[in-house]
Design a protein around this ligand. Structure first.
Ligand code: PMP
Length: 375
């Protein structure tokens, strides 16, 4: 198998899995119990909070542990919309968002909120003029991914924050799921930030939401106290320990891994240049980990299936979106529906090898010749 779908999931790092098992075996108490077994769990949780807070230059009580970015995005978006409903019901987003952002927004729209979609330039970035023209006094939220999952475009978060300076009621949510461990993310620019462990070699089902101090969010999950009032449930100390370990590793190795993957990305771009029917959809200012392409006249799902039959794993749109509809993200940059329908995504990591990529290009060529015969 040649696995080229690291943006959908990364394999867990052995050290992350080990620390999870070790912590799970060691701690038998509930971190909220008032006895020595509970204290041991609570102390470990406190240390984890401090370590993660230090990594992102945030405060310990600004961390909400969640089951992953889907929950974090829902909590941020629905929580802010609910809290701010007396101030305004206008929200701005982009066509590049993951379904865990766009779906809660659709639900809010059905509940009477007004959702506007900012324009995206051909470079895949938020068009700042379009954003400025959409902002209103009753805009309560702008929600943008730091890096989108289909094209890998890096968004100008600093400029977006600046555009909001005259709108004190407008909060900024950043979905940093595809950014953490790949590029630096400045949490101080946002009011809320989502991340998910399984995108950087952590365990699936673990993530967090950063929530700026003082911001009140309506919770989604009610119940007893946890590490925070914003998300009830017994603190998942072992998962949180594994998240901390995965984060420490990903951030420590970020530069080295980025450079390795940049080389792979260059090799793929150069290789694809030899095929006249290939369009590279990922603009230039993307993370190297994601490369989105289209083969003219062949549906993305058809190409993916052909590659899969030869043992290669790639993605058509993101793993969580609806099949057989053109990619909204690719359409946003190419403005070409057919091209968007033909698009698919290769995603790389430092674990990818040169041999795998050479073999992939051979297999790609076979599929290309078979599928484009009649074009
Ligand atoms: N946002 C983005 C940009 C993603 O790529 C993903 C995962 N594909 C999510 C959110 C959802 O993350 P999770 O799987 O942790 O719920």
């Amino acid at each position: 198998m040649i696995y080229l779908d690291y943006s959908a999931n990364t394999p867990v790092d052995e050290s992350v899995l080990d620390i999870f098992c070790e912590t799970e075996r060691k701690l038998i108490g509930n971190a909220n119990s008032k006895h020595i077994a509970g204290d041991a769990a609570r102390n470990m949780q406190d240390e984890i909070n401090k370590s993660i807070a230090d990594l992102f230059h945030i405060c310990e009580d600004e961390i909400i542990y969640t089951s992953g970015a889907t929950e974090s995005n829902n909590l941020a978006i629905r929580g802010i919309a609910h809290t701010m409903r007396h101030v305004g019901k206008h929200i701005i987003t982009t066509p590049l968002e993951h379904s865990s952002v766009s779906a809660p927004l659709t639900a809010l729209q059905e509940a009477g909120y007004e959702i506007d979609m900012v324009k995206i330039g051909t470079d895949g970035r938020v068009d700042m003029e379009s954003l400025r023209s959409l902002l209103r006094k009753d805009t309560v939220l702008v929600t943008v991914c730091a890096v989108d999952s289909e094209l890998g475009t890096i968004q100008p978060v600093k400029e977006i924050r600046e555009a909001l300076k005259d709108y004190p009621n407008c909060l900024l949510h950043i979905d940093a799921t595809q950014a953490v461990g790949k590029i630096d993310v400045d949490f101080s620019l946002a009011d809320t930030v989502s991340l998910s462990a399984h995108k950087f070699f952590g365990i699936i089902g673990s993530g967090l939401l950063y929530k700026k101090k003082g911001l009140v969010l309506e919770p989604i999950i009610y119940g007893g106290a946890s590490t925070t009032i914003y998300r009830s449930g017994t603190p998942t100390v072992s998962l949180n320990k594994s998240l901390e370990t995965a984060l420490l590793l990903a951030l420590k190795k970020q530069k080295e891994r980025y450079d390795t993957v940049s080389g792979y990305n260059r090799y793929l771009r150069e290789s694809f240049a030899k095929y006249p029917l290939v369009t590279v959809n990922s603009p230039d200012n993307t993370i190297p980990h994601i490369l989105n392409i289209s083969v003219k006249g062949v549906k993305g799902s058809v190409f993916q299936k052909a590659l899969n039959e030869k043992g290669v794993c790639v993605s058509v749109k993101s793993a969580c979106s609806t099949d057989n509809l053109p990619s909204r993200a690719v359409f946003a940059v190419s403005k070409n529906r057919k091209n968007a329908l033909s698009s698919w995504r290769i995603s790389l990591s430092h674990m990818t090898t040169e041999e795998e990529l050479h073999e992939f290009i051979n297999i790609f060529e076979m599929c290309y010749n078979e599928l484009t015969n009649n074009c």
